[in-house]
Ligand binder design. Structure first.
Ligand code: ZN
Length: 118
């Protein structure tokens, strides 16, 4: 039961010409960072993707269509980007398992050293 999704890190309008409709005020560049989640934790990864779409002609612009100009703007934006630091947040279920494990371990140690006996 694990899922990953991307959250929007930055959305910016760039003034390059659209390879489809040649409009120069409709390209929107979006950077997204990956988040993975399962029952035990929620983690922000260092994985970043970008998406580009022209809101003028409603077309997604894939990297294969990028002109050199678009490419250098994307590079520039990428460098200016401040990604969220990688992090892991444990969920209550994970904490519960850790605590039960620790208690079990302490019990075993106490029992095997004879401190605890039944
Ligand atoms: Zn367009």
């Amino acid at each position: 039961m694990s899922s990953s999704r991307y959250f929007t890190l930055k959305e910016t309008r760039i003034s390059n010409n659209c390879p489809e409709c040649y409009s120069n005020d409709g390209i929107e560049l979006t950077f997204k960072q990956k988040l993975t989640e399962n029952s035990f934790y929620k983690a922000i990864t260092a994985d970043i993707i970008n998406e580009m779409q022209c809101i003028n002609c409603n077309t997604e612009i894939f990297p294969i269509q990028w002109t050199d100009d678009i490419e250098s703007v994307v590079e520039y934006q990428k460098r200016a980007l401040q990604p969220k630091p990688k992090s892991i947040k444990l969920k209550p279920l994970a904490w519960l398992i850790i605590i039960v494990d620790v208690l079990l371990l302490v019990g075993i140690i106490l029992f095997s050293t004879g401190v605890l006996s039944f």
